[in-house]
Design a protein around this ligand. Structure first.
Ligand SMILES: NC(=O)c1ccc[n+]([C@@H]2O[C@H](COP(=O)([O-])OP(=O)(O)OC[C@H]3O[C@@H](n4cnc5c(N)ncnc54)[C@H](OP(=O)(O)O)[C@@H]3O)[C@@H](O)[C@H]2O)c1
Length: 295
C-alpha cells in the first residue's frame, strides 16, 4: 500500500476561502471587521517571520491587524500594560503574544493577562479548561488544524484507536482532549505516549491513527506501524542546511518507509504546518463573532 498524501496546503487554502467569505459577510451585514493584534518582543528572526505571516494572512482575508513590535529589553510591566491596552481595545478581537519571550519576562504571567475572550492562541487556562470539558471557545491552533486535516481528508475518527506521541500543552495534551470528546470528528479512544511510556511500539502497532508530536526525527518508523494506519506528523526538525543555506526540515516520522504501509500520511513540510496560522484566523473570526453575540 502507498499512502494518500494529506495535503495541508490545499486544506488550509479551502478553509481560508471559507473564512474570506465569512469575513466579507460580517463586514457587510454587521459592520464587523475581525481584528488581530500581534505582540513581538525583541527581534528574533524566526518570530519575525511568523508574525509577518500572521499579518499577511489577516490582510488576505480582509481582516484588520495591528502589529506591536517592542524592544527586547522591555520590562514585564511594559508588556503587561500593552496586553491590557489591547484587552480594552474594541477593534481588537484576538491578541497573539509571539513566544518565546525574552528570558527576563515570565511567559505564564503574560499569557494569563490576556482576556480569555481574546485568547485566539487558545493557551489561556480558561480556554484549555473549556476545551477539556467539551465547551471550547478557542481551540489551540495546531491541534485544531490536525483535527480538520483528519475530518476534511475523510478519515474516520469516531471509534478509532488514536495514539498521540508527545504531551506538550500546545500540541499533545490538547489534541488528545479534542479527539476524546463525545462529538463528531472525535469520539476516539486516545492513548497519550511520552518519554515515560514503557513500550511505545506496543501502542503504535494497534493504532488506527498516529499523531507524532515529539520533535525528534524517526520517532515513528515503519516497524512501529500497521498496514493502513493514518499518520499525522507534527514534528518540524532541522537536520542540516542545503548548499545555499536553506534549512532542511523533516518530521518525526520516517516518511519514505512509513508511507508504504500507511493509508494516509501528512508530509513535512506541507502537512500540519500550513494549518496553524489558518486556525488562528478562524479563532480571530470566532472571537469577533463572540464579541457581538453572533457565535
Ligand atoms: N507545524 C506546526 O505548526 C507545529 C506547531 C507546534 C509544534 N510543532 C512541532 O511539533 C513538535 C513537538 O512540539 P511541542 O512544542 O509539542 O514539543 P515539546 O514541548 O518539546 O514536547 C515534546 C513532547 O514529546 C515527548 N517526546 C520527546 N521525545 C520522545 C520520544 N522519543 N518518545 C516519546 N515521546 C517523546 C516529550 O515527552 P516528555 O513530556 O516526557 O518530555 C514531550 O511531551 C516539534 O518538532 C515542533 O517544532 C509544529
Amino acid at each position: 500500500m502507498t499512502a494518500k498524501i494529506i495535503n495541508g496546503t490545499e486544506i488550509a487554502r479551502q478553509i481560508r476561502e471559507e473564512l474570506k467569505q465569512e469575513v466579507a459577510e460580517l463586514k457587510s451585514r454587521y459592520s464587523l471587521t475581525p481584528g488581530l493584534a500581534t505582540v513581538l518582543v525583541g527581534d528574533d528572526p524566526a518570530s519575525k517571520v511568523y508574525v509577518g505571516a500572521k499579518e499577511k494572512a489577516c490582510s488576505e482575508l480582509g481582516m484588520y491587524s495591528e502589529r506591536h513590535d517592542i524592544p527586547g529589553n522591555s520590562t514585564e510591566e511594559e508588556v503587561l500594560a500593552l496586553v491590557e491596552k489591547l484587552n480594552q481595545d474594541p477593534k481588537i478581537h484576538g491578541i497573539l503574544v509571539q513566544m518565546p519571550l525574552p528570558k527576563h519576562i515570565n511567559e505564564t504571567r503574560i499569557l494569563y493577562a490576556i482576556n480569555p475572550k481574546k485568547d485566539v492562541d487558545g493557551f489561556h487556562p480558561v480556554s484549555l479548561g473549556k476545551l477539556m470539558i467539551g465547551e471550547p471557545d478557542f481551540i489551540p491552533c495546531t491541534p485544531h488544524g490536525i483535527q480538520q486535516l483528519l475530518i476534511r481528508s475523510g478519515v474516520k475518527v469516531e471509534g478509532a484507536e488514536v495514539v498521540v506521541i508527545g504531551r506538550s500543552n500546545i500540541v499533545g495534551k490538547p489534541i488528545a482532549n479534542i479527539l476524546l470528546q463525545k462529538k463528531p470528528g472525535a469520539n476516539a479512544t486516545v492513548t497519550l505516549c511520552h518519554t515515560g511510556t514503557r513500550d511505545i511500539k506496543s501502542h503504535t502497532l494497534r493504532a488506527d491513527i498516529i499523531i507524532a508530536a515529539a520533535g525528534k526525527p524517526n520517532t515513528v518508523t515503519a516497524d512501529m506501524v500497521r498496514e493502513g494506519v493514518v499518520v499525522i506528523d507534527v514534528g518540524v526538525n532541522e537536520i542540516g542546511k542545503t548548499a545555499d543555506g536553506k534549512r532542511i526540515l523533516v518530521g518525526d516520522v520516517d516518511f519514505e518507509k512509513v508511507k508504504e504501509k500507511a493509508s494516509a500520511i501528512t508530509p513535512v513540510p506541507g502537512g500540519v504546518g500550513p494549518m496553524t496560522i489558518t486556525m488562528l484566523m478562524l479563532n480571530t473570526v470566532k472571537a469577533a463573532k463572540i464579541s457581538r453575540g453572533l457565535s
